[in-house]
Write a protein that binds this ligand. Structure first.
Ligand code: GDP
Ligand code: MG
Length: 178
């Protein structure tokens, strides 16, 4: 018999890093240059035939307009089983905020066994690599391991690079976390 798993996954990071674009690309296969700030909390649903016995209903929770405070309410975090922390690889300040977001997350939600929820790190806008910070950034693989991320990917919502791989990596970690 098939089982259904509802996974609440949070997408966090500073304003303008591409959170909404990543969700739209993954769920609706679209990209738009137009900056359209949504207000409040929004989520998108993608249904995946994960394996022969499991259907995953993936809820990606966007934040909109609340990024500027650098933290979110406990209501937003409640019952999340995974998270995606995004920074913009052309803006150093957004990378510097990554650990702040990770700490906010870990302080407000854990798995039922007390462990942190699986989280992937995305260095988004890799299509803008020529304007990128790569020389100034620490080795991202080491950085992400040291800080407890389950994986780290250079992504582009614009060119559709690595978005699917990153989210698949996260779902694998979530499914094996319990
Ligand atoms: P959010 O505030 O984190 O939700 O960021 P948005 O998704 O609204 O994106 C902010 C801006 O960055 C928009 O103008 C997007 O079109 C642009 N953007 C998002 N992802 C990418 C990307 O991968 N590459 C490029 N070049 N621009 C992107
Ligand atoms: Mg947004």
């Amino acid at each position: 018999m098939q089982q259904e798993r509802l996974l609440k996954v949070l997408v966090i990071g500073d304003l303008g890093v591409g959170k909404t674009s990543i969700i739209k690309r993954y769920v609706h296969q679209v990209f738009s240059q137009h900056y359209r700030a949504t207000i409040g909390v929004d989520f998108a649903l993608k249904v995946l035939n994960w394996d022969y016995k499991t259907v995953v209903r993936l809820q990606l929770w966007d934040i909109a307009g609340q990024e500027r405070y650098g933290n979110m309410t406990r209501v937003y975090y409640r019952e999340a089983v995974g998270a995606i922390v995004v920074f913009d690889m052309t803006r150093l300040s957004t990378f510097q905020a990554v650990l702040k977001w990770k700490r906010d997350l870990d302080s407000k939600v854990t798995l039922s066994n007390g462990r942190p929820v699986p989280t992937v790190l995305l260095a988004n806008k890799c299509d803008q690599r020529q304007h990128g910070l790569c020389p100034k950034l620490p080795k991202l693989d080491n950085f992400s391991q040291d800080h407890g991320f389950v994986g780290c990917f250079e992504t582009s919502a614009k060119d559709d690079t690595n978005i699917e791989s990153a989210i698949t990596c996260l779902i694998k970690a979530i499914m094996s976390a319990e």
